[in-house]
Design a protein around this ligand. Structure first.
Ligand SMILES: [Zn+2]
Ligand SMILES: [Zn+2]
Length: 149
């Protein structure tokens, strides 16, 4: 799924994402986006700081920019029940509200559950819900379950 691209393409793409979201392109934001893009699983603030502090960004800068990106919906925040936020890059072509997602509570990997429909509009209405933005199903992925067995 991941294509090999040179770093210049990544920077241009990050700039485009930021522009489309109405955010200013800053080196910190571009670095956060690219660090998330390189990650195979959602990253905690500490994990991202480990990657970005050596590049010259301090932890507070990383956190502030993560928050900005999350507010602009470029980055998705998940919490697996351990009160630690994990961040992953949003895929603009991926409609997260159209199907539920499975998140592994051990490694944080998020996968699509495509063949499961979300509650119909009438069900939502009867439960006084105006809009469902995402349904997260929590559990343990096959990889982690096998490793822990
Ligand atoms: Zn897992
Ligand atoms: Zn999905």
């Amino acid at each position: 799924m991941k294509q090999k691209k040179n770093p210049v393409d990544d920077v241009l793409e990050a700039r485009r994402l930021l522009k489309d979201a109405g955010l200013r392109s800053t080196p910190a934001r571009i670095s956060v986006i690219n660090a998330l893009k390189r990650s195979t699983k959602p990253q905690t603030h500490a994990e991202l700081a480990d990657q970005l502090v050596p590049l010259g960004f301090d932890k507070a800068t990383v956190f502030r920019n993560l928050t900005d990106l999350a507010e602009a919906e470029l980055v998705i925040r998940t919490e697996l029940g351990d009160h630690v936020w994990r961040f992953l890059l949003a895929d603009p072509s991926h409609d997260r509200s159209s199907h539920p997602h499975f998140v592994c509570m051990d490694c944080g990997t998020v996968s699509c559950i495509e063949d499961m429909a979300l509650p119909s509009t009438s069900v939502r209405r009867s439960h006084n819900i105006s809009r469902i933005s995402e349904v997260l199903v929590k559990g343990h992925c096959l990889t982690c379950d096998t490793a822990n067995a």
